[in-house]
Design a protein around this ligand. Structure first.
Ligand SMILES: [Fe+2]
Length: 195
């Protein structure tokens, strides 16, 4: 099993805070997302806690599972985007927090208009340390791209479910919508509690 570097205990602390937050908030999603974003911003202050093998950019982007709650209440994933890599418009079907650990990401929001047509909304550049929110209640469709043309960007995502196993949608121009389940890139998770 991969041992997390010295900062791994910091991520273990984040997981503990997150678990308590999810348990205590219940259905209060605004409180959960507000406080969860604050916790995630703290985690983004440095990247020492993330093992190097989970920062490597493969030929396509990596979606590395860092932790999944046994009850599927939440999971934490590290996305590693190489230059030019990203995801076209897609949904999540659960709440999500997206924080940039290294580099920057460009995002475009979408909504469904008449006839299920995809309508582009706000464009935003997420810089290192910033957190964005998606939710079926407030807006769940976006496209995400590495904003750096010549370097890797890494983002840490927290989702309200086991995101790699959830059937969701890619939104292209044609109908019906494409259903996909992303899975995960890594086949092992670090031991965040290693001494
Ligand atoms: Fe997304």
């Amino acid at each position: 099993m991969t041992a997390a570097p010295g900062g791994g205990n910091r991520f273990a602390g984040f997981l503990g805070d997150l678990e308590r937050l999810v348990r205590d908030c219940g259905d209060d999603e605004p409180m959960l997302l507000g406080e969860g974003a604050r916790l995630l911003r703290q985690l983004l202050r440095d990247e020492d806690w993330l093992p190097g093998d989970l920062k490597a950019a493969p030929a396509t982007y990596a979606q590395n599972l860092l932790f999944c709650d046994a009850g599927d209440r939440f999971c934490v994933v590290a996305f590693v985007w190489g230059p030019g890599q990203g995801l076209p418009a897609h949904d999540h079907t659960v709440w999500g927090l997206i924080g940039v650990l290294r580099g920057a990401e460009d995002t475009t929001r979408y909504r469904l208009g008449s006839g299920d047509a995809l309508v582009a909304g706000e464009k935003r550049r997420l810089e290192q340390g910033e957190v964005d929110i998606v939710s079926p209640r407030t807006g769940d469709i976006h496209a995400v791209w590495n904003a750096l043309p010549d370097d890797v960007s890494i983002s840490i995502h927290v989702y309200g479910g086991n995101i790699g196993m959830i059937n969701r949608h890619i939104y292209r121009d044609r109908l019906p919508r494409e259903i996909f389940s992303s899975g995960y890139t890594n086949d092992r998770m670090p031991n965040w509690w290693a001494k």
